[in-house]
Unconditional design. Structure first.
Length: 326
């Protein structure tokens, strides 16, 4: 009977290579992908078929608690990388008995990330998660003491690697050797490392509006703060217009220009009065192809009602509301 390993799968190249290395040593590998609100990876589409089953576990609500005040702080933006890994590794350990897994593997590479993959941080994460020698990092294993899997002979240490630093060339070469030509780009797509998204998130936290619904909204469009309790999001293209219509919930207002003009769908959320309805309509007009018109018609409705109201608004130049942009 094969020894079973649980592989933490981010969707990027490193976790793919780590899983493949252990598969090739004769272990049965089960992939575990944690879904968080800030990750853009669609694991079912992005992860190549290397013969392993992928389990998805949603960490949305738990991650919201973490992001409010991470014990080990943030990286260069709003990325609480150390706390994030401790949370994921702890949850992975809890899942091990039910899956019959004997050890856990990750794609971490020593020195690749300044905050969470230096030697001190890697040791801290291993200890604070409670994994200790249950954790094997195949790509950099030669830099660490032997794990349980190596001591028990479940994997051969001499077949593990000594990747180190930020250069990706060794990983890409190994991928070619394995015949893996399709994989996600390096850095995986965590929105918390993006300066613009982080700025929006800081603003959301400052207004005590952090929840899963508002986080989904942060990923779309141009954002404006109309009042202490009011946000307007303006779509940037047809795809975002559709997304905003899908993300709208009861109590939100949707705005769109008259049907003969190309323009955005806008979504207003929060405490909204007639003055803010009119301002939202004017901002919507600023991103509409007005072709020289001084006034345009803007439709709006409050969900869940399907009834549209319409009014005429004077086109508002963008420089008049730049101070509202988040």
């Amino acid at each position: 009977m094969k020894i079973k390993a649980l592989a933490l799968i981010s969707g990027g190249l490193d976790s793919l290579l780590a899983a493949k290395l252990i598969c090739d040593q004769g272990c049965e590998v089960v992939g575990l992908h944690f879904k968080i609100p800030f990750c853009k990876i669609n694991i079912k589409k992005s992860f190549p078929d290397i013969g392993i089953k992928i389990i998805e576990v949603d960490l949305g609500s738990e991650f919201l608690k973490l992001i409010r005040q991470p014990h080990y702080g943030f990286g260069s933006n709003m990325n609480p990388c150390i706390d994030c890994k401790i949370l994921m590794f702890s949850r992975a350990k809890e899942l091990m008995p039910g899956l019959g897994a004997k050890f856990i593997i990750t794609g971490e590479v020593l020195g690749q990330r300044p905050m969470s993959q230096n030697k001190q941080a890697l040791k801290l994460i291993r200890q604070r998660s409670g994994l200790d020698d249950l954790l094997l990092r195949p790509l950099s294993a030669q830099f660490f003491p032997p794990s349980l899997a190596e001591k028990e002979g479940w994997v051969r240490r001499e077949k593990l690697l000594s990747f180190n630093g930020r250069r990706r060339t060794p990983q890409m070469r190994l991928a070619r050797d394995f015949g893996l030509n399709t994989y996600a780009n390096p850095a995986g797509g965590c929105l918390l490392t993006d300066p613009n998204f982080s700025k929006r998130l800081v603003e959301l936290l400052a207004h005590d509006e952090l929840n899963l619904e508002n986080l989904e909204l942060l990923k779309v469009g141009r954002h404006f703060r109309l009042g202490d309790n009011t946000r307007l999001v303006v779509g940037r293209d047809e795809g975002e217009n559709r997304q905003l219509a899908q993300l709208a919930q009861a109590g939100d207002y949707l705005f769109s220009p008259q049907k003969d003009l190309a323009g955005p769908t806008s979504l207003a959320r929060g405490l909204i009065n007639q003055e803010l309805i009119f301002l939202s309509s004017q901002i919507t007009s600023a991103y509409t192809d007005v072709v020289g018109l001084e006034k345009i018609g803007v439709f709006y409705r409050k969900l869940p009602s399907a009834k549209d109201f319409a009014h005429q608004v004077v086109y508002l130049p963008k420089e008049r509301f730049t101070h509202l942009f988040i």
